[in-house]
Design a binder for this molecule. Sequence first.
Ligand code: AP5
Length: 216
Amino acid sequence: MVNVILLGPPGAGKGTQAKRLVDERGMVQLSTGDMLRQARSSGTEMGRRVAHVMDRGELVTDDIVIGLIEEKLTHAEGAGFIFDGFPRTLPQADALGRLLDKVGQRLDAVIEMQVDDAALVARISGRVTCGVCGAVYHDQTHPTRQPGVCDACGSTDLRRRADDNEASLRQRLMEYYKKTSPLIGYYYAKGQLTTVDGLAAVEVVAEAVRRVLDKG
Ligand code: AP5
């Protein structure tokens, strides 16, 4: 059982790699972004509150996302957890440590995926996601085999995210540099950080991720 954090700016490829680990190893992907998008589409009061924050590219409050992770950690089972988009602030990182202790688990690795800003803009502006199974595509670099049809599940519900526009992406990047990038030093100091080149091809990044997990 291996628990890992995938850390990186918007568009670094965290979701893409997390889904591969789910398929290859039966790990459980805990994506706070996906959980928040589910909450907003369910029409709950919490969903309405977070929708505006997400569309502006700002971070949702720590209490909300820590609560979401706590709920999943205590109920999900699998061959380890992949934390995708969580933690994003130092208080979230501290909370994750406490939650893992509480459920008798430990963090095995933190993988920082490094990608420069220009590549992120190109990736985000071409991203398409399957609304049914969550498979991730890109208009230019990873199109579906049949236009408009998900390769993985055959659904035609292919979507672009509301926050995948230039203004929101700029804000998301600023939030990353201000509030999330300090986590690189936090986990480096704990001896848990490995950095991989997120600019490499998907399969090359996947191999680098595998190496880290198999070492841990
Ligand atoms: P979230 O959903 O976590 O979005 P994000 O961090 O901005 O990350 P993305 O999902 O945009 O990118 P990714 O790294 O997963 O890239 P992907 O694999 O899709 O968060 C959204 C919002 O929710 C936040 O802004 C915030 O408001 C809120 N939120 C979430 N968590 C929170 C928290 N913990 N605290 C507070 N607020 C929170 O890839 C992108 C594209 O690139 C795809 O098209 C893909 O095909 C392509 N691609 C991937 N890898 C490669 C590669 N190696 N080469 C070429 N193309 C590639």
